[in-house]
Ligand binder design. Structure first.
Ligand code: UD1
Length: 430
């Protein structure tokens, strides 16, 4: 049993250092194998998903040296296998980036179908469409996606939906293809830009990342580089909402405020004060939270990965709010857990209608996935009394030292592994 024990009621106050972006890191790690020269990556978050990705890379012969907790040196000169099917890689969605990276470098890859958070159907048809447009054969056999090409050739690809994963995957496959590739209706997320910057620092020729048309001129070879990953927009946003929900005063440090604009805007709308500086954002929640409506959208819209956190906050607001989830169709499963804590939320299809309640009460709850798990922790930090949160393995997939960072802000939260630990925690917090 590994769970968080939480006593709610303390406003979170202080400063918290935000780590590197998990979703950028996963693609950048995969892209690092596209050269035989050594690549140094800094500001790498030490979370389960990035560690699983590195294990998968090591299983095919990539040499990875961890210089410190957040810095790795990667050398992929000795890759001996283009098949990745170990059970552990199926657990992370981003395993598909190894397809684009291996296909781009060796014109062949076989990777187990991806897993990841259970938040609804997660097709990969746009990835496959992109690889095929570049001239690759793609088939699915025995749970593996198998893709190969004689020689990848640049192409014009229109994405039918805005997808972060397919945009980044096709970008990797195209950087060493012959000729020009244009990706239209591309995703504009900060991690798309980060991957493009990383590949360009390796000698790629990618223009337009961050807009909806990305143009790539194929180069024959990529070289080594040293690169620092951007700060994690979602980790920062999660702490910003933790401040709002606990009526606190929190400064998230080492962030890019521009990436947090949709999150800051919603916090302002519900009555928080926001102070921005070059690389920090302070959230002060001095007034009762007001209601609002929000719809998740691709960047620069409000991120789907922040949807559970804003729902938790609106559950404690004065009035009625509507949250519409437009990216994934099954992302309200955590609402049952929140209802156990006293929330008044009705879900109809992809919409949650939230009638704010004055308080949540502590309960024994379970994290259904990564972001909803973090959101439930925040709810517990605001609740009266003690809560336990089970299945924190999901939270550990994407948050480094989550409970330790929260403790630094004055939260009463501990990771407990036995019933005895839990009883000790209860005695300690009274
Ligand atoms: C990534 C993030 C995830 C985030 C999501 C949206 C990683 C590892 N995960 O997931 O945290 O919630 O972006 O910001 O970076 N789609 C298709 N066909 C495809 C691919 C996607 O129809 O081939 C659809 C999806 O079902 C979804 C939408 O496109 O409705 C967006 O998905 P996408 O941006 O690709 O999400 P992921 O890359 O899976």
């Amino acid at each position: 049993m590994e769970q968080y024990a939480i006593r709610g009621g303390n406003p979170l106050v202080g400063e918290v250092e935000i780590g590197g972006a998990k979703n950028a890191a996963l693609a950048i790690l995969a892209a690092a194998i596209m050269t035989d020269e050594t690549v140094l990556i800094e500001n790498l978050p030490d979370v389960r998903d990035t560690n699983v990705m590195m294990q998968a890379m090591e299983s095919i012969g990539v040499v990875i040296n961890r210089l410190d907790r957040h810095t790795v040196k990667i050398n992929a000169a000795q890759i001996h296998d283009l098949v990745i099917e170990d059970d552990y890689i199926k657990k992370i969605r981003a395993s598909y980036y190894l397809l684009g990276a291996l296909l781009g470098k060796y014109s062949k890859a076989e990777v187990a179908l991806p897993g990841g958070c259970n938040i609804g159907l997660r097709p990969i048809d746009q990835h496959i469409k992109g690889f095929r447009a570049l001239g690759a054969n793609v088939r699915i056999e025995h749970g593996l996606i198998i893709t190969e090409a004689v020689r990848l050739k640049g192409s014009h690809i229109y994405m039918d939906v805005v997808t972060v994963g397919a945009t980044m995957n096709v970008m990797m496959a195209a950087v060493m293809a012959e000729g020009k590739t244009v990706i239209e209706n591309a995703a504009k997320e900060p991690h798309v830009v980060d991957l493009a910057n990383f590949l360009n620092s390796m000698g790629a020729n990618i223009k337009g990342a961050g807009t909806d048309v990305i143009r790539i001129k194929g180069v024959s070879k990529l070289h080594g580089t040293e690169y620092g990953i951007i700060p994690d927009q979602i980790e920062a946003g999660t702490f910003m909402f933790a401040a709002a929900v606990t009526k606190g005063d929190v400064t998230v440090k080492n962030v890019i405020p521009k990436h947090l604009e949709s999150i800051s805007a919603k916090l302002l709308e519900i009555g928080c004060e926001i102070e921005e500086s070059d690389d920090a954002v302070r959230v002060v929640a001095a007034k009762p939270l007001g209601h609002t409506h929000v719809k998740t959208l691709p960047y620069p819209g409000f991120p789907t990965d922040m949807q559970p956190q804003i729902t938790v906050a609106l559950g404690l607001s004065t009035g009625t709010s509507i949250v519409t989830e437009s990216i994934f169709e099954n992302r309200f499963k955590y609402v049952d857990e929140l209802t156990c804590m006293g929330a008044n939320i009705k879900v109809e299809g992809n919409t949650a209608i939230i009638d704010g309640v004055p308080r949540y009460t502590g309960a024994n709850i379970t994290a259904p996935d990564l972001r909803a798990g973090a959101a439930l922790v925040i709810a517990a930090l605001a609740a009266d009394g003690i809560s336990t949160v089970d299945d924190i393995k999901y939270i550990e997939r994407g948050y480094e030292d989550f409970h330790i960072k929260l403790q630094g802000l004055g939260a009463q939260i501990e990771l407990v592994t036995t019933e005895r630990d839990l009883q000790k925690f209860k005695l300690k917090v009274g």
